[in-house]
Design a protein around this ligand. Structure first.
Ligand SMILES: *[C@@H]1O[C@H](CO)[C@@H](O)[C@H](O)[C@H]1NC(C)=O
Ligand SMILES: *[C@@H]1O[C@H](CO)[C@@H](O)[C@H](O)[C@H]1NC(C)=O
Ligand SMILES: *[C@@H]1O[C@H](CO)[C@@H](O)[C@H](O)[C@H]1NC(C)=O
Length: 260
């Protein structure tokens, strides 16, 4: 839990503000012949403490104070907006080779507490993302997941929608040379007692042309072929059909994506 680091810390911040308030003031959006001040950004930096102050056109003052590395890998962030006090929040981030944790709490009487964390390596990891509303005593968000991966296989299990949806997925690279891969995903929604199983595959016909196809247990099939006819420019033809009602449901699409 973190609310106010210490009195010394707050005093320091005040002192820095006065000492450096004329430094590093940048403004953008000043139009010729008009008194129009879009944004003022100030950044005050001292050792590992960075204070960002931003004033927008509606005279809202956004302040973010970041303390880097009070302990290795740790970062604390305090941000608030004046006059809207409800926007204030304190945040704690911890980044390490094998763990990433972020926690935040609103600076109000009945704050929302957010927590997310991932622990693991490139081969296996578990994580969670939650949001707890202290006013109602309810979790407004509760997601968790785990994954395993190696050079040619990724498997994952995730729990979403506050525990109502469980998804297991599996992705296997059959041939790296032709980008051939197969995958399957099973999603179960407990509240509606619904299971969806989807199979998919992809394959590169040549280095510039890829085909993908998938089918689910409700008989919906789709396929696409994508060709890179110029670097970063893709031509895609896709089709979708509900095999239980072919005449009504067939759809064909053509898409062209151009990138400079
Ligand atoms: C600032 O960060 C460095 C590492 O980047 C750390 O060694 C040092 O203790 C930090 N200083 C303070 C005052 O937190
Ligand atoms: C918690 O997360 C939600 C979105 O998931 C966000 O809208 C809210 O501002 C966050 N609250 C805090 C205190 O960080
Ligand atoms: C808290 O959650 C329960 C079940 O998830 C729900 O019935 C209840 O209405 C919620 N309370 C509030 C205040 O949102």
């Amino acid at each position: 839990m973190l609310s106010c680091p210490s009195t010394t810390f707050c005093l320091c911040i005040t002192v820095f503000f006065f000492l450096y308030s004329f430094q590093a003031v940048t403004s953008t959006g000043i139009k010729k012949g008009e008194l129009f001040l879009a944004d003022i950004n100030t950044q005050l930096k001292n050792k590992n403490i960075t204070t960002d102050i931003k004033v927008d056109t509606n005279s809202n003052v956004f302040t973010t104070i970041t303390v880097d590395e009070p302990a290795p890998g740790l970062k604390t962030i305090l941000s608030f907006k004046v006059p809207d006090q409800r926007s204030g929040k304190a945040e704690l981030q911890y980044l390490h080779d094998y763990a990433g944790i972020s926690a935040s709490i609103g600076l109000t009487a009945n704050p929302i507490v957010n927590f997310s964390g991932v622990v693991g390596t490139s081969a296996a990891s578990v994580g969670t993302d939650l949001s707890f509303d202290t006013a109602s005593g309810n979790f407004t968000k509760f997601n968790a997941g785990a994954s395993l991966s190696n050079a040619d296989l990724i498997a994952s299990l995730t729990l979403n929608d506050k525990g109502d949806t469980l998804t297991a997925s599996y992705y296997h690279i059959v041939s790296p040379l032709t980008h051939t891969a197969v995958g399957a995903e099973l999603t179960r929604t407990f509240s509606s007692n619904d299971n969806t199983l989807t199979f998919g595959t992809q394959h590169a016909l040549d280095p510039l042309t890829t085909v993908k196809a998938r089918l689910n247990n409700y008989g919906k099939a789709s396929a696409l072929i994508q060709h890179e006819w110029r670097p970063k420019s893709l031509l895609t033809i896709s089709g979708e059909v509900d095999t239980r009602a072919i005449e009504k449901s067939a759809k064909v699409g053509l898409a062209l994506a151009l990138k400079p």
